[in-house]
Write a protein of this length. Structure first.
Length: 219
């Protein structure tokens, strides 16, 4: 029986998980919930099922069901899948870096999402965000990738899939944002050219938009 990944009908937090599932040849089904349009942004498609799936009192999106295993929270899901496929680091150093970048990447994402959902101030906040992205955020990732193929070294780990997804979302948001960062460009191509990632992104299962829900300023 295939695993089930439950999330909104957007990329959001699930994009990196879907990439990881594709790369590991995991058979899965997407249970997608749709948020209604403005002004109400109706969430009943999810709320009506939220506590009827056996996910417990912390039931949330995304969720992942793999047989008897039922978990929520995107990083927990990434780590669970990664642990099944030796993608949590092969040495103590890699494992420590994997733990670190799991949260570093999530922090990067949270800043981007915070901008995208600023419906009242998005237009004025967009420019400063792009400036900070190019002057502060991306240079840090450029620095740590020097001499490395992936975030934690020569081996793929599960945070790489979340980070690649975020880079891809940023390229939709601000095309050319990686042009001044050769290490990041090479890293993006390296992961994008992985055979199973490439096949997934060329399949009918993948979609570029929407990245965020109807209530976001940038979707």
């Amino acid at each position: 029986m295939p695993a089930v990944l439950g999330y909104w009908k957007i990329r959001g937090l699930a994009g990196g998980i879907r990439l990881l599932l594709a790369h590991t040849d995991t058979e899965w089904e997407d249970a997608m919930y749709e948020c209604g349009p403005a002004p109400d942004f109706d969430r009943s498609s999810w709320m009506e099922k939220k506590f009827n799936l056996g996910l417990g009192p912390f039931s949330n999106l995304p969720y992942y069901i793999d047989g008897d295993v039922k978990i929520v929270e995107s990083n927990a899901i990434l780590r669970y899948i990664g642990s099944q496929h030796n993608l949590c680091g092969t040495t103590k150093e890699e494992q420590a870096l994997c733990n670190m970048y799991e949260h570093v990447v999530m922090g990067f994402r949270n800043g981007f999402v915070g901008l995208c959902y600023q419906t009242k101030t998005y237009e004025t906040a967009r420019g400063p965000y792009i400036q900070q992205l190019k002057e502060q955020k991306l240079p840090k990732f450029e620095e740590i990738l020097k001499g490395k193929k992936f975030l934690c070294g020569d081996n793929l780990t599960f945070p790489d899939f979340h980070f690649f997804e975020l880079l891809d979302q940023h390229l939709l948001f601000e095309p050319g944002c990686l042009d001044s960062f050769p290490e990041l460009k090479a890293y993006y191509s390296r992961i994008g050219d992985l055979p199973k990632i490439k096949a997934y992104r060329e399949s009918d299962r993948f979609f570029a938009h929407p990245v965020n829900n109807h209530s976001a300023a940038w979707k």
